[in-house]
Design a protein around this ligand. Structure first.
Ligand code: PGA
Length: 249
């Protein structure tokens, strides 16, 4: 069975609540499609108004992060059931910006993966190498570690529902998209890693996105690759370009 494409926007730290609603209204008609899952991952404070604004459309709402505890004295954090109650379906976990600026480790991300599944949220788990790692030839060693620790203790049935976003750090926000060959090669290796951890059926079911400066010009070539099941899109998700990416065919 062919995997359904999933194209997700990652708004990062952009858009006030009122700007967020205006952007949803602008993009709603542009991202209408039956061919792919469309997700807007938005800042926590925008979630409630964005869920409301997306009602009746094909857009699902995602969070950009969450904490791995249920509740309590964790000032500033957001619990999984808060997201679920607000109408969130997806959650980005382990984005490289969270790893780099907020010290998130593979083990933290693994705890968040477990919590996401426990609460019925679909994780979009990010992985990807730095330029230095690519040049040293350790890209796959590094990514395999991120994937293996991230998925530790996650069952095959859960993994089949998960989304992995391969985002080379050197391609994020730099305008430098990985070549389709580079992106396909790593996504295929990630799928092989999932087959090793689980089995072929799980590897065939899990969806793997490419992320890093995806734009309307690069999306079509990326999305036809055998192991690329869509994209995680930062900058271009904040403008009409996102509609072109979603309707890349
Ligand atoms: P970009 O961001 O599309 O702006 O490179 C992608 C991401 O960080 O998810």
């Amino acid at each position: 069975m062919a995997r359904r494409k999933i194209i997700a926007g990652n708004w990062k730290m952009n858009m006030t609540p009122s700007q967020a609603v205006a952007l949803v209204e602008e993009l709603k008609p542009l991202v209408a499609t039956e061919d792919a899952d469309v997700v807007f991952c938005v800042p926590a404070i925008d979630i409630v108004p964005v869920v409301e604004a997306c009602k009746g459309s094909n857009i699902e709402v995602g969070a950009e992060n969450m904490y791995f505890e249920e509740k309590g004295a964790y000032t500033g954090e957001i619990a999984p059931d808060m997201l679920v109650d607000a109408g969130v379906k997806y959650v980005i976990l382990g984005h490289s910006e969270r790893r780099e600026y907020f010290g998130e480790t593979d083990k933290d991300i693994n705890k968040k993966m477990h919590k996401a599944f426990e609460h019925g949220l679909t994780p979009i788990m990010c992985c990807g190498e730095s330029l230095e790692q690519r040049e040293l030839g350790v890209t796959m060693d590094f990514i395999r570690q991120q994937v293996k620790i991230g998925f530790s203790g996650i069952t095959a049935d859960q993994a089949k529902e998960a989304v992995i976003a391969y985002e080379p750090i050197w391609a994020i926000g730099t305008g430098k998209t990985a070549t389709t060959e580079q992106a396909q090669e790593v996504c295929a290796d990630i799928r092989a890693c999932i087959a090793e951890i689980y089995d072929e059926a799980t590897a065939a079911a899990i969806r793997i996105q490419y992320g890093g400066s995806v734009n309307p010009a690069t999306a079509p070539d990326l999305f036809v690759q055998a192991d690329i099941d869509g994209g995680l899109v930062g900058g271009a998700s904040l403008k009409a370009d996102f509609g072109k990416i979603v309707n890349w065919k």
